[in-house]
Design a protein around this ligand. Structure first.
Ligand code: ADP
Ligand code: GLC
Length: 491
């Protein structure tokens, strides 16, 4: 395909900021298409029509009906635009299927944290319509060259397309988190209209069940994941989660491309959630955000005490249990801790108990709060990310951009994006945070101590802040890497 020809890409995702976001995938689904469109690719999204999506998209109108997909309830396809500010208007296709998507609760779970019982059908339909739009049976005139799938929710698209013998788009499967695989009982294979013989080790079968993610990894033309380091880690145990053999076998088709961040949404100079904006030249303005955060969260207001913070899904992956173990020692340093998160009920409970025990030093906000997450990036001194594994991670990048050096475990994209503070890295101006290598409470505690010591040395701390703020976390290079892969796929 000549380079002058515009690439058409259908980007399938189960969440997108600001309409529906549970984690990093929501951010990426908003930012990467914008960056690719700036490179003149015609990228359009495909999304399930959850209530927030139906209410939030602009200019929607019906472009197709799917009444004869025997496995699925009737659905319509709407064409619309994403309500993104200042980023141009991203075209989006929305699947309107009230029976599967019109319900209160989250995209994957009900309000009690239980997976929706019909998730196989809900995301089977997303995958199926993605495949139809990528084939010459599509009812719409816009035909993508590439269908770009994200995580297990669109993992069946490459499988459906692979079983189709007509003209079709090339497929890319991006893994944002291998721990979520979309596993369903074997009966789902027929229920979803997959050929029975695809239920095989060389196919969609995963230890006796159907795995949406494995289907995507097996049948996609190209696999990517969200950092170079994670691309290596998933080819071996334990981070391969049982798929390491397949991923190692597909190594020639597997690329790790680091995520960027939306540098206009996450910019301390213009962020409207901050009390006072700042940049690397007037870092003293950052303090007003710290004071406001301490006040808002009921902590002792003190500009000099190191304020550590976490914004996270509360799950085993994120290593919050280690943080809970060391919390009493943090207070003795002294330091303060503020946590924004929701997730595992036991972690929510343990954190709330800590906040009750130390109300002036530890504050916990259980819930999802976009505004507070921005204020925290500006108001805290140091961001904690003790993740057991982290495919890319976004907050460590937001933190560096906000002059808030992160403390991270040496895993996945954290290792690719944070440079540990040592005499050597301070001297060559690359130091931007703190890295710990052993996933233990003792090792985390030692590293927090190292960070607190550095915090009290004004010159060191400012170097760390300025080094982090000077880094380029924009999508430019990574969007170009995706575009190159798309083009290679078409050869
Ligand atoms: P993951 O996708 O594994 O959750 P990432 O670091 O890639 O991790 O992205 C998490 C995103 O979700 C970030 O934008 C973070 O600020 C946001 N986030 C997580 N939990 C919350 C919360 N409770 N309130 C607001 N934002 C949150
Ligand atoms: C996942 C990962 C996270 C990554 C995000 C976006 O949810 O857990 O590390 O940053 O996807 O790719």
């Amino acid at each position: 395909m000549p380079r002058s020809q515009k690439l058409r890409v259908l980007f399938i995702t189960s969440e997108v900021y600001p309409l529906c976001k549970t984690g990093g995938l929501g951010d990426i689904s908003a930012a990467l298409p914008v960056a690719l469109r700036a490179l003149h690719s015609d990228v359009r999204l495909l999304l399930p029509g959850y209530p927030q999506v139906m209410a939030g998209v602009k200019y929607k109108y019906k472009v197709a009906e799917f009444n004869t997909l025997s496995q699925f309830p009737p659905a319509s396809l709407l064409s619309a635009r994403l309500p993104l500010s200042g980023a141009g208007s991203i075209p989006v296709f929305v699947i309107d299927c009230p029976g599967l998507y019109n319900r209160e609760g989250g995209p994957y779970m009900d309000a009690f944290g239980h997976d929706w019982p019909d998730n196989a059908l809900r995301f089977g339909l997303l995958s199926k319509i993605g495949a139809i739009l990528g084939s010459d049976t599509s009812p719409i005139a816009w035909h993508p060259h590439i269908v770009h799938c994200n995580d297990w929710q669109s993992g069946l698209t490459p499988a459906y397309l692979s079983f189709y013998s007509g003209e079709k788009a090339a497929t890319m499967m991006t893994v944002h988190n291998l721990a979520f695989q979309g596993i369903f009982p074997p009966g789902s294979v027929v229920q979803l209209g997959l050929p029975p013989d695809s239920f095989d080790i060389n196919g969609v079968e995963y230890y006796g069940n159907l795995s949406f993610l494995k289907a995507g990894l097996y049948y996609a033309d190209q696999i990517t994941t969200v950092s170079p380091n994670y691309a290596k880690e998933i080819q071996i145990e334990p981070l391969g989660f049982g798929l390491q053999g397949l991923l190692a076998a597909r190594q020639p088709d597997l690329a790790g491309i680091i995520n960027g961040i939306a540098i206009t949404e996450w910019d301390p100079e213009t962020d409207h959630y901050l009390i006072k904006n700042y940049n690397s030249k007037n870092l003293s303005n950052k303090t007003a955000n710290k004071t406001a955060l301490q006040q808002q969260m009921g902590l002792t207001v003190d500009a000099h005490i190191p304020l550590l913070g976490v914004v996270s899904r509360l799950s085993h992956q994120k290593g919050i249990d280690l943080l809970i173990q060391i919390a009493p020692q943090l207070i003795k340093m002294p330091a303060q801790l503020v946590v924004l998160g929701r997730g595992h009920p036991e972690l929510e409970h343990l954190l709330s108990t800590l906040a009750q025990a130390y109300p002036k030093s530890i504050a916990v906000h259980v819930g999802f709060n976009e505004a507070l997450s921005h204020l925290m990036e500006a108001g805290i001194d140091c961001f904690l990310m003790p993740s057991r594994f982290e495919p890319c991670g976004l907050n460590q990048m937001y933190s560096q951009r906000y002059g808030t050096p992160p403390i991270v475990h040496a895993t996945g994209g954290l290792l690719d994006t944070v440079v540990d503070c040592t005499p050597v890295t301070l001297a060559n101006h690359t130091a931007s945070g703190f890295v710990f290598y052993s996933m233990t409470a003792a090792s985390l505690l030692d590293t927090v101590k190292r960070a607190v010591l550095a915090y009290h040395n004004k010159k060191t701390w400012q170097s760390l802040q300025k080094n982090g703020m000077a880094k380029d976390f924009s999508w430019n290079a990574s969007a170009m890497a995706y575009q190159e892969l798309y083009r290679r796929l078409l050869h």
